[in-house]
Design a protein around this ligand. Structure first.
Ligand code: RP5
Length: 176
């Protein structure tokens, strides 16, 4: 029997599409989620961005997530504010790993979204990042770290990003 193994980081045949899906519950979440897309772009990871609401567009959500594994998406990033059930509902509908970003769009400044996203009952995991733009950036970096385990070129780019970040921290005393 011949067993064919895929080259590290290669997509399954016929799936040249996005490796990461960035979802958000409302167009009003875009400015908070933009850093996720920017970081994925910087690291050369193909991604797509969609506005899909668990409560306003439940049919669209089910249809989109139902196709996501077949399309070759490896990680989903889902950002939402308020009661923030988006990441949990997405995670319930797929085996693709889901990273949740709580968005500070409500009167409670994201604390409600943080608790709704992080406090998933045991059984359906959502890897939850920090509230707001830092969480969006880190969701992209964490997705990149997962993908880089089987993609040496991406691992190189991720390492380079870390070096740039370190070099941007002033080493000597600051003149004030
Ligand atoms: C959530 O409700 C969204 O994720 C957003 O953060 C929040 C407010 O949405 P809009 O009323 O601005 O559309 O569904």
């Amino acid at each position: 029997m011949v067993t064919r193994t895929r080259k590290a980081g290669a997509k399954p045949p016929g799936t040249a599409g996005p490796r990461v899906a960035v979802l958000m519950g409302s167009k009003s979440d875009l400015e908070v989620m933009r850093p996720a897309a920017q970081m994925l772009a910087k690291l050369g990871i193909p991604y797509e961005v969609r506005v899909i609401s668990a409560h306003r567009t439940p049919d669209r959500l089910r249809e989109y997530v139902g196709e996501i594994e077949r399309r070759g998406v490896d990680v989903i990033i889902a950002g939402a504010g308020g009661a923030a059930h988006l990441a949990g509902v997405v995670a319930a509908l797929t085996l693709v790993p889901v990273l949740g970003v709580p968005i500070d769009s409500s009167a409670l400044h994201g604390l409600d979204a943080l608790l709704a996203t992080v406090q998933m009952p045991g059984g359906i995991p959502v890897g939850t990042l920090a509230i707001g733009k830092a969480g969006a950036t880190n969701a992209a970096l964490l997705a990149a770290a997962f993908l880089a385990r089987h993609d040496p070129d991406l691992r190189e780019r991720l390492g380079q990003h870390r070096k740039e970040q370190a070099n941007a921290v002033p080493e000597g005393p600051l003149e004030l």
